[in-house]
Design a protein around this ligand. Structure first.
Ligand code: SAM
Length: 329
């Protein structure tokens, strides 16, 4: 397959054709054409070359109900296909979310994402027959965990090319029309006006320079009465404040507003949400986010002050994670 045909194959997946009149198709087509150019860049070949050596399969046992998202089991692949799979899995390092299992290989990801999923799952509305968006879906871990509730349609969006290849890799082994992926970002949510019953917006808002504008866009994409699950890094405290770091926070430049739970609640209330409920607010620990063989770069333990784990290396308050459920008015 050439790079060009990869872009063509991305564009040919017109999942939105099932929703004429509900999605802003004209603008979506233009936007997808722009994004398809990312797949033509030489940097995409790092993922593409190993992935193309994997043959499609069907009928193997899958399991998406447990903490580990499992594709197949040991002994099903011949040695050539085992090598192809190993190369593809390695090309996708670092694995941030998981754990996953692929045909005898356990992927221990940086985040123990089942902890987040378990906290969220008990607060979800019934997902049966619902239209769902997972914004910043990463490697689709949560999307697979949603399947057991039999949703109608899940769209995971993430503008990073590597996550398109996670999607494509999973599809080599399991094809399910309910699971869809697009190379879009949260700024594209207005392409789906009043469309979603449930939106997951987890692990992103503190990376946004305009968090209020972002929440407005998400609100526009939801049905009235729809549910938003918002999860964020933040700071401890009862007052409605945000920390705006000077340069880096936890060694990274991409942190803008780190809110208290009270600040997040106010943002939601002022962007068209109500029934706002904070259901978790706790200090993140190194059991949940840590370096592994599949996530070989620095992780939480390297971002905290070794002498005072209540502070980041910059001297700011160490992060808490805040979980909120809210409804669109
Ligand atoms: C910290 S991870 C969170 C992943 C997952 N939602 C979770 O909670 O575990 C942030 C994700 O947002 C994605 N992302 C980056 N820019 C984005 C944007 N403009 N819109 C949506 N997602 C974005 C990243 O590629 C990454 O997968």
């Amino acid at each position: 397959m050439t790079t060009l045909s990869l872009a063509a194959s991305y564009l040919s997946d017109r999942y939105f054709d099932s929703y004429p009149g509900e999605v802003n198709t004209e603008r979506l087509v233009v936007r997808r054409k722009e994004q398809s150019e990312l797949l033509e860049k030489p940097s995409a070949r790092v993922y593409q070359d190993p992935y193309e050596k994997i043959l499609e399969r069907s009928g193997d046992s899958m399991s998406f109900d447990g903490d580990t998202v499992r594709f197949g089991h040991d002994g099903l692949l011949d040695s050539q296909q085992q090598d192809a799979l190993s190369a593809s899995l390695k090309s996708l390092i670092p694995w941030r979310k998981g754990p996953f299992h692929y045909y005898g290989r356990d992927i221990d990801s940086e985040w123990q994402s089942y902890l987040k999923w378990n906290r969220v799952a008990s607060r979800l509305p019934d997902l049966k027959n619902k239209k769902i968006c997972d914004i910043g879906c990463n490697n689709e871990y949560y999307m697979y965990r949603m399947l057991s509730q039999d949703p109608w349609f899940i769209l995971g969006i993430d503008p990073m090319v590597r996550y398109y290849f996670h999607h494509q890799l999973n599809r080599k082994f399991y094809r399910d029309s309910r699971i869809n992926f697009d190379l879009l970002g949260v700024d594209d949510m207005d392409l789906f006006p009043g469309f979603y019953d449930v939106v997951f917006f987890m692990g992103i808002i503190y990376h946004r320079r305009n968090p209020v504008q972002t929440l407005n866009l998400i609100n526009e994409s939801m049905k009235s009465g729809g549910t938003l699950i918002l999860e964020s890094s933040g700071i401890p405290g009862n007052d409605p404040y945000c920390l705006f770091p000077d340069g880096r926070y936890m060694k990274a430049p991409g942190y803008w507003f780190l809110p208290t739970a009270a600040a997040l609640k106010n943002m939601l209330a002022r962007t068209g949400f109500h029934k706002i409920e904070v259901f978790e607010n706790f200090k993140l620990d190194v059991n949940e986010q840590r370096q592994t063989d599949w996530a070989i770069y620095e992780s939480l333990e390297h971002f905290l002050d070794p002498d005072d784990p209540d502070k980041t290396v910059e001297g700011y308050p160490a992060p808490v994670r805040i979980y909120i459920r809210a409804e669109k008015r």
